[in-house]
Design a protein around this ligand. Structure first.
Ligand code: SF4
Length: 125
């Protein structure tokens, strides 16, 4: 088991659950997948794309921030980079920090039940 704990969070995470989970943190309810300017450049470079073309194709603006777009498949809103076939992230090497730090987000400190519904890897600490 690969148990990850983080100071200040009332739960732990078993990352072994990812292999049998169908990308529930990248799919499901609609949400925002925020990307910083540096992340935008890194993803565009990984995809060997011009950064402006990348922005037009994959980003939208939310307030003063940018988010990756989603695609709707049946009732699921999925990150545009989630790959159902491989059950993985197409830009894993350059995925945003928001994705790297899941499930240790401030929001979930006080919404543990919501997190447990979403992620089968959450265990009580
Ligand atoms: S960028 Fe990758 S890890 Fe992040 S939500 Fe999209 S598919 Fe998932």
């Amino acid at each position: 088991m690969s148990i990850i704990k983080k100071e200040g969070y009332p739960y732990a995470f078993n990352s072994d659950a990812c292999s049998t989970c169908e990308g529930r943190c990248c799919t499901g309810e609609s949400g925002y997948i925020y990307v910083t300017k540096a992340e935008i450049f890194a993803i565009a470079e990984l995809l060997d794309m011009d950064v402006n073309d990348f922005g037009v194709k994959y980003l939208f603006k939310k307030g003063y921030k940018y988010s990756l777009k989603e695609k709707k498949i049946d009732d699921s809103y999925e990150c545009v980079f989630y790959d159902r076939e491989s059950n993985g992230c197409k830009i894993y090497m350059a995925r945003p920090n928001q994705c790297k730090t899941f499930p240790f987000w401030d929001y979930f400190k006080t919404h543990v039940d919501e997190l447990k519904d979403e992620c089968p890897g959450i265990i009580d600490d």
